[in-house]
Structure formats: C-alpha cells, structure tokens
Design a protein around this ligand. Structure first.
Ligand SMILES: [Zn+2]
Ligand SMILES: [Zn+2]
Length: 180
C-alpha cells in the first residue's frame, strides 16, 4: 500500500515555486509524503463579485471532493482573497479533524500592506498559516501559549508574532496522529 500523502493543491498561483519550501517544511513537520496535486476546481461557484473575493468554504468542499485514495490531508493554497460571510477576510480555513484545509497567500505579501518586498517574511507567513490550518485538521483548537503556531491570527501582525512551530502540548496532539 502507498504511504498516506499530504497533497498541496495550488489554486490561481502566479508562481508555484513559492510552494517548494512549503512542501519541504510540511514533510518535516507532519512526517508525511507531500506532493503537489493539480485539481480542476469550480472557482466561479465560489466567486462573489460584490466582494471581489472567493467563498472559502465552497472551495474547501471542492478540494476534498473525490480525493486520491492515498490522500491523508489536502491543503489548498490560493492566490486570491478568501472570505466567509461573517468575516471580512480570512487567512485560511480548515475542517476540524477533517481531510482538508485552505489558505490564501493574498494578504501574506508585504506589498499588500504597502510595505517593502520581503521574500523571506512571505515564506515564513506561508509556512505558519499552512501549519496552523493543518493543525486544525489534527483536532487542534486555538492555543494561547506564547508563540505557538496555533495562536489565532486576525491581522498580519498576529501572524508575524507567532512562531512556525507548535508548543509542546500541540505538538503532542499532532504526533499522536489524528487519523481522519
Ligand atoms: Zn485557526
Ligand atoms: Zn500550542
């Protein structure tokens, strides 16, 4: 049997090479084989013209539909801005103890905040948000331990304040595995 995989699904990314360090890091953190999966998604269904944003939950449902047989988790990485009706925007969404997670890189670039380009900072933010949302799929809730990657993030400053790693108690939950 093939070993279970974490599939990273690029969605409307102008440059998929930003995913290379992410794949390496996720393999290391979750001890899973990690691969890119290109998937046809019905983005028109998720687009809200009035908000000029995409409804996160609609895309997430699409990502996990008919997953590969060896998929342990699927993580969508979206180039455009995401929303859910009760929030102005969101960095990401995940299914609690579920198969799928989704993040957006739209608000992770410094340029979005009219600040100077910083490739390394962007990569760190990308890793943090990916690990955070995948953490929810392992059953982790928001953690208040200073610096834990499971700290909640409303603003980019919150993302920058936390680390890219789990605190020891969150780490333990992930190590225990949380099979779907
Ligand atoms: Zn969260
Ligand atoms: Zn924690």
């Amino acid at each position: 049997m093939n070993s279970p995989k974490l599939y990273v699904v690029p969605i409307q990314l102008s440059d998929e090479s930003v995913l290379d360090p992410l794949l390496m890091y996720l393999t290391h953190v979750f001890h899973l084989k990690t691969e890119i999966l290109h998937k046809e998604l019905d983005l028109a269904k998720a687009y809200n013209a009035e908000r000029d944003q995409f409804y996160s939950s609609v895309i997430l449902a699409d990502i996990i539909e008919n997953p590969p047989a060896d998929a342990f988790r699927l993580l969508g990485v979206m180039g455009f801005d995401l929303y859910i009706p009760v929030l102005t925007y969101l960095f990401g969404e995940a299914q609690f103890k579920g198969l799928g997670a989704l993040i957006s890189i739209f608000r992770l670039r410094n340029e979005f905040y009219k600040r100077p380009h910083d490739a390394q900072l962007f990569q760190e933010r990308l890793l943090k948000e990916a690990v955070h949302e995948l953490g929810h799929t392992y059953g982790l809730v928001h953690c208040t331990y200073p610096g834990c990657v499971m700290n909640s993030s409303t603003y980019i400053e919150d993302v920058d304040e936390k680390l890219v790693t789990f605190c020891s108690s969150c780490r333990q939950v992930v190590e225990e595995g949380g099979k779907v």
